[in-house]
Design a protein around this ligand. Sequence first.
Ligand code: ZN
Length: 410
Amino acid sequence: MVPILQRRSLSLGGGQGFAQITRQDSNCSLPGSSGCLGLSYNISKKQPSLFWNCQPPTTTLANLYTKLQAARSQCHVDVAFWGGLIPGNTAELKPMMKAGVPGFKCFLIDSGVEEFPSVGAQDVHSAMRELQGTDCVLLFHAEEDVDAEKSGGGGGGGGGEPSQYSTFLASRPDVMEVEAIRTVSELCLQYKVRCHIVHLSTAQALPIIREARQKGAPLTVETTHHYLSLAAQHVPPGGTQYKCCPPIRSKCNQDQLWRALQEGDIDLVISDHSPCTADLKHLESGDFLQAWGGISSLQLVLPLFWTSARRRGFSLHDVVRFMCKNPAKLSGLAAQKGALCPGQDADLVIWDPEKEFEVKESMIQHKNKLTPYLGFRLHGEVFATVVHGNLVYLNGEFSPVPQGNLLLVK
Ligand SMILES: [Zn+2]
């Protein structure tokens, strides 16, 4: 039996989508990137100086066109672009939206990337006013700085040993997410503009999300595979390949996230693929506080999710809902992507959900191979990938000609 699944076609992040990353301290993948299946990495060869760390950020209409131009004929899968909200670019939002950007990501905390500063309350209020009455969605990296009293002394690492994961974890306590999500929920209720929490890590924020939704907030939320597959207890000293923001938390927290999926409190599961070169992970010193924050997993997300999900009683239909249907809805692509029915793109994954394999570096297709999943035994091997009817991957080989389209959402 070879079940088929539709693969999501729009990546939320992927700081490595355009080039080798040179920044040292970014916490999170940036918007506007490609990266599905890690197949558009050669773009940088054309204009290497322009696209460091996914630069320029998709925060102006001109930058969007620059990226579209660079990505043309380079992508093996269909790719759309999120925009970015930064201080002072409110006037760019509607033009970018009209050009085909489905929404805008912003950071409520320092992103670690100079060109992508975080927004303050006034920036968000003005963006909300600008987007009221549209179907556009604002995506929030939901962590914010909190005072020492609220954080219980966390927030700076507490002077612990930097190669211990617990030191890093203490520097990004749950309350930073909880307070940011409280802020987003209030704004969402006030303006009734679609809001989305990207990469939710802490289960402690779920009651706030639930309550806001009950009150009518058009609020959605996603989590990622690293929070569902990895736990703080298992991160080895110096294992900076496990660093991402918000951080991977306890096994107990992980179980609560799975329960939230079961109960419909989390809508989708995405990759938050955010690779970097090995040197940026500071593997020699194993310094969690200095290392790049981001995890590579794009190629592995289907077997990663399926391996745990089936053990927990989820079905293939659930996988499709979390990884295809709901991401397509969020991205304004539901008329084209996310289901197998007449009129939709014939995007298929042909795979063997029973086949078990071990993750080895030699099979990783990402440009930078570092991943916390090396050695994992996973169920579900992809045999072929079809994008709008065209075979783009078969048994380890890619189509010689990229066949992905650039998607503009109208
Ligand atoms: Zn983020």
